[in-house]
Structures are given as structure tokens and as C-alpha cells.
Design a binder for this molecule. Sequence first.
Ligand SMILES: *[C@@H]1O[C@H](CO)[C@@H](O)[C@H](O)[C@H]1NC(C)=O
Ligand SMILES: *[C@@H]1O[C@H](CO)[C@@H](O)[C@H](O)[C@H]1NC(C)=O
Ligand SMILES: *[C@@H]1O[C@H](CO)[C@@H](O)[C@H](O)[C@H]1NC(C)=O
Ligand SMILES: *[C@@H]1O[C@H](CO)[C@@H](O)[C@H](O)[C@H]1NC(C)=O
Ligand SMILES: *[C@@H]1O[C@H](CO)[C@@H](O)[C@H](O)[C@H]1NC(C)=O
Ligand SMILES: *[C@@H]1O[C@H](CO)[C@@H](O)[C@H](O)[C@H]1NC(C)=O
Ligand SMILES: *[C@@H]1O[C@H](CO)[C@@H](O)[C@H](O)[C@H]1NC(C)=O
Ligand SMILES: *[C@@H]1O[C@H](CO)[C@@H](O)[C@H](O)[C@H]1NC(C)=O
Ligand SMILES: *[C@@H]1O[C@H](CO)[C@@H](O)[C@H](O)[C@H]1NC(C)=O
Length: 282
Amino acid sequence: MGCLGLVVFISSIQMHLLTIALGQNFLRQFCMRERGNYTNNSAYQANLDSLLSAFCNTTVDYGFYNSSAGEVKAIALCRGDLTPNTCRKCIGTSSHELRGLCPNYKEAYIYYDNCMLGYSNRSIFSINKLSPIYISAKLENFSDVNQTNQVLPKLLGNLKDEAASGSPLRKYAVGEATVGFETIYALVQCTPDLQKQQCTNCLDDLNVLIPKNFSEGKNGLTAIGPICNFRYEVYRFYQSRPDAPSSFPSPTGDAPSPAASNDTTGNGMQLNLHACFEYCRD
Ligand SMILES: *[C@@H]1O[C@H](CO)[C@@H](O)[C@H](O)[C@H]1NC(C)=O
Ligand SMILES: *[C@@H]1O[C@H](CO)[C@@H](O)[C@H](O)[C@H]1NC(C)=O
Ligand SMILES: *[C@@H]1O[C@H](CO)[C@@H](O)[C@H](O)[C@H]1NC(C)=O
Ligand SMILES: *[C@@H]1O[C@H](CO)[C@@H](O)[C@H](O)[C@H]1NC(C)=O
Ligand SMILES: *[C@@H]1O[C@H](CO)[C@@H](O)[C@H](O)[C@H]1NC(C)=O
Ligand SMILES: *[C@@H]1O[C@H](CO)[C@@H](O)[C@H](O)[C@H]1NC(C)=O
Ligand SMILES: *[C@@H]1O[C@H](CO)[C@@H](O)[C@H](O)[C@H]1NC(C)=O
Ligand SMILES: *[C@@H]1O[C@H](CO)[C@@H](O)[C@H](O)[C@H]1NC(C)=O
Ligand SMILES: *[C@@H]1O[C@H](CO)[C@@H](O)[C@H](O)[C@H]1NC(C)=O
């Protein structure tokens, strides 16, 4: 029951799922069994199909999709630096994979390095939506943990403010800080429909949920929820920042993101709190 303290801690903020993995390739699905099934050839399935295929067909693209059909609601968010083509490709893959991984589930989520996608029959994508959460940390420490402990919170705090102050089309900020010979690259993002304060609250809540003994000193961390996320690494994992939503760079084709290939280090150890999920259900 090594995780009980954590579960008690997070269960005060309604239902939570929390996955923690160390240094593994970034990809996780959440099939919400307790939210019920739809049957084949039902209206639910038809609505879900049309929603997901509409996502991939969208031409005006700022990396955020939120729409509903019948009782189905769906949401998708791409990392803010992706081109529309790369974003659509990620969402297309996500849709396909998630339908296969969570067949007939009314509510399900999938998180990738480049995008997240979820659907439900509930109005789940509210301002307080914090679950399911995915957290992963690198195994190695920063080269100067003490110095980084001074610098990193300031960097993340600045990026949080910048992202939260973003436009209704994109709430995304990236930045870097140098400690000695090491450069830390960080990214912070909220779904752009959130108000400034809602974005700030989401990121603060997400940060609070990360066990400090898990993340402290580690030279890379990824924390993702349905409506906000942040990440830092000691290498540049994002593309240069798009200037503004209206000057989204032209599509670059189907090349996989360098970040995705860099994250497949798979360096061993994994701490998985799936066993704790049962305690988290409401
Ligand atoms: C963190 O501390 C909690 C108890 O406070 C413990 O249950 C957990 O195993 C620790 N996690 C790590 C990664 O050391
Ligand atoms: C959902 O589907 C699973 C597997 O097909 C089945 O075992 C379960 O009883 C279903 N649950 C509901 C609420 O229909
Ligand atoms: C969603 O579907 C579940 C299972 O079928 C049902 O119990 C629940 O009432 C539905 N929720 C909404 C908001 O329709
Ligand atoms: C629904 O359809 C899929 C694919 O056609 C099939 O694999 C699955 O068994 C069906 N599920 C049910 C509950 O009939
Ligand atoms: C999406 O595009 C495909 C191929 O062009 C088309 O078959 C499908 O009907 C479109 N879906 C929607 C919802 O527009
Ligand atoms: C999605 O759209 C609905 C309806 O317009 C809205 O209430 C909600 O705040 C939007 N955002 C999210 C993240 O669900
Ligand atoms: C880091 O800080 C701790 C506590 O402040 C101190 O004990 C330790 O010596 C410091 N380590 C280095 C390498 O400066
Ligand atoms: C990594 O940093 C943590 C937190 O400062 C420290 O407890 C741990 O001993 C460090 N591990 C190594 C291998 O330096
Ligand atoms: C991948 O990571 C390595 C070491 O962390 C770094 O040297 C390299 O530049 C990174 N590659 C990309 C494409 O970010």
C-alpha cells in the first residue's frame, strides 16, 4: 500500500486517476469502465464516429478541438508547436488507437507526447477536470540539483503566467533556463477555452498532485491532464514557437516529431500506480 497516502491526498478533489511511469515512452490510454458501454451500431457509436472523423477533417486548426454530437462530447488538444498536419495526424492516430484500446467504452482518453484526445457522454470537460492524470519522470538528476531547484520553479511560474494569459486560440508557452552547463527546456499548456484563472488553477492543481519525492531533482518531467499539462527536459523537445495562431507554419508533412523519437529511451524502471486506481473511483 505504498501509494495509499497519495491516493487519500488526491481523492479530496473528486475522482482521480493517476499514472506514474519513470523514463518510459510516453503513451497511455484510460478506459473508464465505470462510465458504461455503448453498443455496436448504436446512435452513440454513430455520433462518436462522426465526431472523431470531423476532428481529422477540420481545416481551420489551432490545435484544439471541442465539440459534441448527440450525447457524445469529445475533446482534443495538440501540443502548441505542432503544425496543423502533424496535429491532425496525431489526433487521427489517437482516435483510431483509442477506439481499439477501449472498445465500446463511453468514456476514454489517450495521451501522447504530441496530443491528447478524450470522449464521454458527460459534460466532463469542465473547468475542474483534472483526471485522468499521467505523470512520468526521468531517472537521472539535474547536474546541479540545488541550483536547478532555484531556477526551475521560476521558469515554470513564468511560463504558467504566459500560457494562462494566452489567447482563446492558444494557451501555450515554452522557455528555457541555463544552470551551469545545462539548459532546461520547459513547456506549459492549457486548453485555450479556459479563462486565465482556470488555466492557472489547473496547472497549480496538477503540480500539487506530483509527489515531490518522485520528481525532486529529476532532469525531466511530464505531467498531463485533460485540460492542462506541462513538461521539462534537458533537451529541446519542442519546435520553435509559432508566432501567432494566424501565422501557423505551413504543413510539413508526416515526419514524426523529433521529440517522439527522443523519448523512446525506455530506460528501465517503472513505477506504476495502476493498483491504486480502485481507491480513486467515485
Ligand atoms: C514517496 O513517499 C511516499 C510516502 O510519503 C511513499 O509511499 C512513496 O513510495 C514514495 N515514492 C517514491 C518514488 O519514493
Ligand atoms: C460493458 O462491456 C463489458 C465487456 O463487453 C461487459 O462485461 C459489461 O457487462 C458491460 N457493462 C455494461 C454496463 O454494459
Ligand atoms: C452516460 O452513460 C452512462 C452509462 O450508460 C449513464 O449511466 C449516464 O447516466 C450517462 N450520463 C449522461 C450525462 O448522460
Ligand atoms: C462490436 O463490433 C466489433 C467490431 O465489429 C466487434 O469486435 C465486437 O465484438 C462487437 N462488440 C459487441 C459487444 O458486439
Ligand atoms: C472526413 O473526410 C473523409 C474523407 O474525405 C470523408 O469520407 C468523411 O465523410 C469526412 N467526415 C466528416 C465528418 O466530414
Ligand atoms: C467545450 O465546449 C463547451 C460547449 O461550447 C463549453 O461549455 C466548454 O467549456 C468547452 N471547453 C471544454 C474544455 O470543454
Ligand atoms: C545542496 O543543498 C543542501 C541543503 O541545502 C546541502 O546540504 C548540500 O550540500 C548542497 N549540495 C551541493 C552540491 O551544493
Ligand atoms: C537526486 O536528487 C535528489 C533530490 O535532491 C536526491 O535526494 C538524490 O540523492 C539525488 N540522486 C542522485 C543520484 O544524485
Ligand atoms: C535527444 O536527446 C539528446 C540527449 O538528451 C540530445 O543530445 C539530442 O539533441 C536530442 N535530440 C533532439 C532531436 O531533440
